[in-house]
Design a protein around this ligand. Structure first.
Ligand code: ZN
Length: 349
């Protein structure tokens, strides 16, 4: 089969690999749709260290090709979405309620990290019964593929943000995860959602997904503006969806005492992330900092699919580009260099 790989840091391309085989609990999925993610760019640029000929990608849907002898819930021919994070459910971390951290920090992240990813004709799924879900007939692949990471991570920002019904929320950065955090805040019943973003097309998407106010950081001071919009109080929940020291500090500043800073961002640079001491209430203002890595698992995926089935959110509005798998190199270039207003490129197989 054809696989799109990271040959070494900074270099990508196609290579031939054998179709993987399942262990007793595993499945092999024939890929039908995939999405490129910012994490793929980080990986190629050395974010997780050197890798050789590692198949990229962790967001995909497909059709079950083969299952191991112990798999009970799936059979060949089933249309499935697979979580970007595929935990070992028997691990101590999973048993204590933190499956994304199974096998060590972020250990549930296997695709394109500790094993080959999904940018290939076929890919391997560990613990298939627990790590994938059947796609309802009314949900197209183009839509279901967003459950793998974008819906799960974005909604996690809203869930861990502990948004009170009618509460105030700011979502910093309206990339695909921030947009789904915005949609998640609306689903959670926020009373005021502030989207922080400077790109007009993304501002518009943020409004479509539920932002009541847009703050353009290129034109105004985010902290000042958010305080103004909340009568000087700050928000109940600030969701950081970029992963930068400065925006993290802003999130701490704009969160009211007792509120939650909920992080979905990947902090890929610098040795430290700084907490502004005074705005943090010198450590005593009961501002919670919540973090997490894209929750995986069949039940999670089934809940996300239900949101799509009932048409509460349409993530396909984020699909700005579509490429055939054969044009993956061009797709990756467009995404990596952020050309042509790209938000999410969909890959068809
Ligand atoms: Zn992703």
């Amino acid at each position: 089969m054809k696989a799109f790989v990271m040959k070494e840091i900074g270099s990508v391309g196609f290579m031939d690999k054998p179709i993987p085989r399942p262990g007793p609990d595993d499945a092999i999925v024939r890929t039908t749709r995939a999405l490129i993610c910012t994490s793929d760019s980080h990986t190629v640029h050395g974010g997780i260290g050197p890798r050789q000929n590692l198949t990229l990608g962790h967001e995909a849907v497909g059709v079950v090709h083969e299952v191991g002898s112990q798999v009970k819930n799936f059979q060949p021919g089933d249309r499935v979405v697979v979580g970007a994070i595929t935990p070992d459910w028997g691990s101590p971390a999973a048993q204590s309620g933190h499956p994304s951290q199974s096998g060590g920090p972020l250990g549930g992240w296997k695709f394109s990290n500790t094993k080959d990813g999904v940018f290939a004709g076929y890919f391997h799924v560990n613990e298939a019964d627990a790590n994938m879900a059947k796609i309802p007939a009314t949900v197209p692949d183009d839509m279901a593929v967003y459950c793998a990471d974008m819906l799960s991570t974005g909604f996690m920002g809203a869930e861990k943000g502990n948004i009170p019904i009618g509460g105030t929320v700011a979502v910093i950065a309206q990339g695909p995860v921030g947009l789904m955090a915005t949609a998640g805040a609306r689903l959670r019943g926020a009373g005021l959602i502030i989207g922080v973003e400077s790109v007009p097309a993304r501002q518009k998407l943020a409004e479509t997904y539920g932002a009541d106010e847009i703050v353009d950081f290129s034109r105004e001071d985010v902290t000042e503006r958010v305080l103004e919009l909340t009568d000087g109080e700050g928000v109940d929940t600030a969701i950081e969806a970029l992963g930068a020291d400065q925006t993290f500090q802003t999130a701490v500043k704009i969160t009211k005492p007792g509120g939650t800073v909920s992080d979905t961002g990947y902090f890929g640079e610098g040795e430290f992330v700084h907490i502004p001491r005074v705005d943090w209430g010198v450590g005593m203002a009961e501002k919670t900092i919540a973090t997490g890595l894209c929750p995986g698992g069949r039940l999670r995926l089934e809940r996300l699919l239900r949101v799509l089935e009932t048409k509460r959110v349409d993530p396909t509005l984020m699909t700005t580009h579509t490429f055939a798998f054969g044009d993956m190199a061009e797709a990756f270039r467009v995404f990596d260099e952020k050309l042509d207003g790209v938000v999410k490129p969909l890959i068809t197989f």
